[in-house]
Design a protein around this ligand. Structure first.
Ligand code: GLC
Ligand code: CA
Length: 567
């Protein structure tokens, strides 16, 4: 919860007027900044980000002008999947800090006017979670195994996996265990890495334990959760084969998929919503749901379910006016029909950073994975110009928005990390063909002329992934004083957005425009124009320029440039 602005004294360094309005529907307009803990800031000098690091950078986050932080998993984990393999959901990983530090951080963030969302990972646990360890020890048919999805194998000796389901990271979704008596035994399901066994959501103890986790963190003052793989918890009875219905990169290819986007999920969400609404200042949820079409996504955010969902259609759209316009219209229509606000997102810790996506020839289809892109080299200058325009587009659209750490610095995907550094399970499970997601998880450059760019204290260990030397231009300190920098643009845009009555939740109205230009107005008195074409275009009639993503050319809007106008 955010204490009401009048009840607190602003801490040193907090910008005046920072505390977000204590309205109960703040989430309908919120700009949420994603903190990838391990790569944000290193407080204790071991080369990995931590809670002390985030606390030390709270003034930076508050002055950026975001409303809330989403903290990627900070729970105890063997880190087989960067913390998404959790061994204790109600504690803090020792490498990130202590529970006392987490509590202090939550309270301090609130004083800065920043709400806190955590990551809830309900689909699976770590294989080191006590429940899974007990399941292995207890053997087939035991109540301990019933909390997960164990099955006998196929073939004469059970040597084949129980069905044809695939792990998102490559290979079969099943791993065979050795039974306590030393014989090859049952198989268990893992839609992600083998170190991430799927929970059995038919089991009442699984449901009760996740509810306990929600209440545990809500009681500590946490304002909400991002729901990891919200489309995956429920599996079809009998675990029917996938057959030819392979999964696409962004979700199920078919309706009635055996393990994605099942209708039975929605009862779970309704229950969580009741828990969230039981708090005096209701808590909120955002769904990570990769589903087949926008109508299916809207089902996750019906009035008594989750509050918002990431807009991966927007993230995956190429930098092309027709694609973006279609996604914007579909999102507004489908989410509006269930009364939910739209949200917008350009990057996160699972996808290629958008500077690097937009800096390539744009395909005629959605795209987000490195393996889909590497045939061409990125033009980072072009990508940066487009990323600036995209930021103004995103922050002008109705609803809320997500900013992934480093977006505001214009960081690009580090595509040439040395192979020995790669840690994403995708790298190994793809047979070393897909480098995976480490390139968007490189530690932030804060200050100085060479790596590690003050990621940690002066004598700190080398950061867990190496930073490019060229990021010397992109440090937060270097950009803070450059009026044309990405950071300056984000700060200005977020400041205008916070105070302008037309921005945030609401609707938009399109203007007639050439095919490769997007122009819309928001009431009262605001126009956004984005030129995705190759020639300058005239600005629409306006009363003044509020902000532009690049130089305007004597009343013309140059290619790959966006502008905010007073109408
Ligand atoms: C989500 C996370 C991703 C993780 C996966 C498994 O997609 O964003 O990073 O690997 O879930 O938990
Ligand atoms: Ca550290």
């Amino acid at each position: 919860m955010i204490p009401s602005p009048t009840a607190t004294t602003a801490p040193l360094g907090a910008p005046t007027g920072a505390p977000a309005a204590a309205t109960s529907d703040w989430w309908r307009s919120a700009v949420v900044y994603q903190v990838y803990v391990r790569s944000f800031a290193d407080g204790n000098g071991d080369g990995q980000g931590d809670i002390a690091g985030i606390r030390s950078r709270l003034p930076y986050l508050a002055s950026l002008g975001v409303d809330a932080l989403w903290i990627n998993p900070w729970y105890p984990s063997p880190m087989a999947d960067a913390g998404y393999d959790i061994s204790d959901h109600r504690a803090i990983a020792p490498e990130f800090g202590t529970l006392a530090e987490a509590e202090a951080f939550i309270a301090e963030a609130h004083e800065f006017g920043l709400r806190i969302l955590l990551d809830l990972v309900p689909n699976h646990t770590s294989d080191q979670h006590p429940w899974f360890q007990r399941a292995l020890a207890a053997g087939p048919g035991s109540p301990e195994r019933a909390r997960y999805i164990f099955r006998p194998g196929c073939g004469t000796d059970g040597e084949e996996p129980p069905n044809d389901w695939r792990s998102v990271f490559g290979g079969s979704a099943w791993t065979r265990v050795t039974e306590p008596d030393g014989t090859p035994g049952e198989w268990y399901l893992h839609l992600f890495a083998p170190e991430q066994p799927d929970l059995n959501w038919e089991h009442p103890e699984v449901r009760a334990d996740v509810e306990r986790t929600l209440r545990f963190w809500f009681d500590l003052g946490v304002d909400g959760f991002r729901i990891d793989v919200a489309h995956g918890m429920v599996k079809a009875p009998g675990l029917p084969a996938l057959g030819p219905d392979a999964d696409g990169p962004a979700g199920p290819a078919t309706a009635n998929h055996p393990h994605w986007d099942r209708d039975e999920l929605h009862d779970i969400f309704r229950h969580w919503r009741a828990v969230a609404d039981s708090y005096p200042e209701p808590r909120v949820f955002v769904a990570e749901a990769w589903v087949g079409d926008p109508d299916r996504l809207a089902r996750y955010v019906r009035g008594d379910e989750l509050h918002t969902a990431f807009n991966f259609d927007f993230l995956r759209a190429p930098w092309r006016a027709d694609h973006l316009r279609t996604v914007i219209d579909q999102s507004c229509a489908t989410l509006g029909a269930v009364g939910a606000p739209t949200t917008w997102v350009l990057s996160n810790h699972d996808v290629v950073r958008h500077v690097s996506r937009y800096g390539r020839p744009q395909p005629d289809r959605p795209v987000h994975m490195l393996a889909e892109l590497t045939a061409t080299a990125p033009d980072l200058e072009l990508g940066t110009r487009r990323a600036k325009a995209a930021a103004l587009l995103m922050l002008a659209l109705p609803g809320g928005a997500y900013v992934y750490q480093g977006d505001e610095l214009g960081l690009w995907e580090v595509e040439d990390l040395p192979e020995e550094c790669l840690q994403d399970p995708t790298w190994r499970r793809s047979g070393f063909s897909d480098r995976g997601r480490d390139g968007c998880r490189v530690p932030l450059p804060w200050d100085g002329d060479e790596p590690p760019f003050e990621f940690g204290p002066a004598d700190a260990a080398t950061p867990w992934l190496p930073q490019p030397a060229a990021w010397r231009e992109l440090t937060a300190a270097a950009q803070a004083t450059r009026p044309d920098s990405m950071l300056a643009l984000y700060r200005s845009a977020l400041r205008i957005r916070r105070h302008h009555p037309a921005l945030g939740d609401g609707t938009l109205r399109w203007f007639d425009s050439p095919d490769d230009v997007l122009i819309f107005s928001r009431d009262p008195g605001f126009i956004c124009a984005v030129n995705l074409g190759t020639a300058p275009v005239p600005l629409p009639a306006h009363a003044g320029v509020l902000l532009a993503s690049g130089p305007l050319d004597a009343g013309l809007l140059p290619p790959d440039t966006a502008v905010w106008l007073a109408a």
